[in-house]
Design a protein. Structure first.
Lengths: 130, 180
């Protein structure tokens, strides 16, 4: 289980990272803003893969401890944790050289859901339902 | 008439030339200035991005100097969008009603550590006389003014008194200038 969920976590994290980079490019063009010094492409991919791997460990553990309801509890936790993590970009103080910090949450908030979206999208390929 | 012309001309020339000796240098505010602020006992702090005004100053004759500078309240940047909105709101600096922080000097004097300017600071609709110690360093292109001072936000009716946020706001100013 851990092997399959780790593979799913890494691949969905990478996918979320790529989606994040594309979204950032579109966001910079639309809003004429640039946060690449704060959120570089490497950081986006690294954070997304980190989220995916963390989800994989959580998924494996929950399915081991809760044989019947592990999947449901995991989905609930993953969504709730993704939602709760939105507090970080809202509360963060950027370097004061950044001209438009009010546009920062709009960039990062959607990215916080990308690992979960990637996981839910790719899960049927990696882990078959019981 | 002709008797009076030459003495009058001499007095005029002497007066004008005397003023040329005491006239202080006009300085133009250059890019790269920094108007930073922080509140004692909290992480709150930021910068003002827009700073304009006229600076007249001569190291040899500081008494002839004059500062008249304005800070655009709406240009505040704390690094956080929500915090910026809060600082500009009517609870704090009220950028709509009081768009500028304005300082006009009354006198400038030399001190042991540099200089001191006394003047009127108008902020949030309240005008108070304050002293600001500062230094001036000449550079190849012009010079650089630097100073820091503290104001009590309650005296300017900024924010709610007490609470978690300290009363003392420290302002740190660094202004490079070029000769104009």
């Amino acid at each position: 289980m851990l092997k399959k969920s780790l593979a799913l976590g890494i691949v969905s994290g990478l996918l979320a990272g790529i989606a994040g980079i594309i979204y950032a490019r579109v966001y910079y063009t639309i809003n004429e803003s640039d946060f690449s010094k704060v959120v570089s492409a490497v950081k986006i991919v690294a954070a997304s893969v980190f989220g995916g791997v963390l989800a994989a460990i959580g998924y494996a553990l929950l399915n081991k401890w809760l044989r019947n309801s592990g999947e449901i509890v995991f989905n609930l936790c993953f969504t709730l944790i993704s939602f709760a993590s939105l507090m970080a970009p809202i509360a963060v103080s950027l370097p004061r050289t950044i001209e438009t910090p009010e546009l920062f949450p709009g960039l990062v908030i959607p990215m916080h859901f990308f690992p979960a979206l990637g996981w839910y999208t790719l899960k049927p390929i990696f882990i078959k339902s019981k | 008439m002709s008797k009076l012309f030459y003495p009058a001309a001499a007095v005029l020339i002497l007066t004008v030339s005397a003023f040329t000796f005491v006239a202080a240098q006009n300085w133009q505010i250059a890019d790269g200035y920094s108007i930073g602020w922080s509140i004692s006992g909290s992480d709150a702090g930021g910068i003002f991005k827009t700073f304009t005004g006229s600076i007249v100053f001569d190291e040899q004759n500081p008494g002839a100097g004059k500062f008249d500078v304005k800070v655009d309240v709406a240009s505040v940047n704390t690094g956080n969008g929500l915090m910026n909105k809060h600082v500009k709101s009517d609870e704090w600096l009220d950028a709509v009603k009081f768009p500028f922080i304005h300082f006009v000097s009354r006198s400038i004097s030399k001190t042991a550590g540099g200089y001191q300017v006394t003047g009127d600071l108008e902020m949030h609709g309240v005008k108070k006389t304050i002293n600001i110690p500062f230094t001036f360093q000449k550079t190849a292109q012009g010079g650089k003014f630097a100073g820091s001072f503290t104001v009590n936000r309650s005296e300017y009716n900024i924010g709610k008194p007490g609470g978690d946020t300290g009363d003392q706001i420290k302002l740190e100013i660094s202004v490079p200038v070029t000769k104009s």
